[in-house]
Design a protein around this ligand. Structure first.
Ligand SMILES: Nc1ncnc2c1ncn2[C@@H]1O[C@H](COP(=O)(O)OP(=O)(O)O)[C@@H](O)[C@H]1O
Ligand SMILES: [Mg+2]
Length: 253
């Protein structure tokens, strides 16, 4: 069965939304699920505790070597393991890995200005397929590996989710976030967008900051995935409702 890719971010991590309960409920219904997580607010919190300054360009973190060490420790360690533990404590089956493991995400430096921030060169789906075959929900931290220099690279979680969805020809991509959906210039959520409309919202600057990589991830996934959604993860059972076609948010298809 084709998997559903779920990107979780700030709305789930460290808060009390129902996404983890939903994931376990959906797994019980034999849905095939792959989770990609962000967690950059947790990274920012640890960077400030450690006295390391942080800077973003178009929603992407500028990653120097010290920042990268914190990104790896926090995303692949703390955030990933907390998610796996929370799903298991609800009776789910989950296995954590990051994009470095099994060469899942091959990457290269995106541009020098962003430091050790990567862009994805290739997704190797084998590690995901092995876990899915054994009935696990893979919980993926968005790190990549630059093969020649064996250099880990920081990848935006939305971007990773979009590329993984495309590589798996997923049934759908659902990006959970902390707003009602993609909003127009007046702050009104847009229920449905064509790829063309979505692109022009980025070009015109209506879609900004952290929403840019989400919309771009949907556009990337649409090469093989029939339906992508950006959904308000704070609403109770947002994920179950989105899959049942009952939720709000924005569909890009
Ligand atoms: N047109 C838009 N519609 C909705 N949100 C937008 C828009 N432009 C910018 N944003 C911002 O994008 C944010 C979501 O991205 P981000 O903060 O990275 O959250 P996440 O933790 O889910 O990745 C929203 O909280 C909002 O401030
Ligand atoms: Mg974000």
């Amino acid at each position: 069965m084709k998997p559903i890719i779920v990107k979780i971010g700030g709305s789930t991590l460290g808060s009390h939304d129902t996404t983890l309960d939903d994931l376990v409920a959906l797994q019980r219904e034999d849905k095939t699920l792959v989770v990609v997580h962000g967690g950059h607010n947790v990274v920012t919190e640890w960077l400030s505790r450690l006295g390391i300054a942080t800077r973003f360009i178009d929603g992407l973190r500028v990653t120097d070597h010290q920042t990268l060490q914190v990104v790896i420790a926090v995303l692949c360690g703390l955030v990933n393991k907390e998610l796996v533990a929370a799903i298991q404590s609800r009776g789910g089956r989950a296995m954590g890995l990051c994009g470095i493991d099994g060469h899942l995400i091959e990457a290269r430096i995106k541009n020098e200005e962003l430091g050790q921030t990567g862009e994805i060169v290739k997704i190797n789906v084998e590690p995901i397929e092995i876990l899915l075959k054994e009935g696990y929900i893979p919980i993926i931290s968005p790190l990549g590996l630059e093969g020649e220099k064996a250099m880990p690279l920081n990848i935006n979680g939305d971007t990773a989710a979009g590329e993984i969805a495309a590589a798996l020809s997923a049934e759908r991509l659902i990006i959970l976030t902390d707003v009602a959906g993609v909003m127009d210039g007046l702050g009104k959520p847009l229920p449905r967008l064509s790829p063309c409309e979505a692109s022009s919202l980025i070009a015109s600057g209506v879609v900004m900051g952290g929403m840019i990589p989400k919309v771009e991830a949907c556009l990337c996934a649409l090469s093989t995935v029939p339906m992508t959604q950006i959904v308000d993860g704070r609403l109770p059972h947002a994920l179950v409702d989105a899959i049942a076609g009952k939720g709000g948010g924005t569909i890009i298809a």
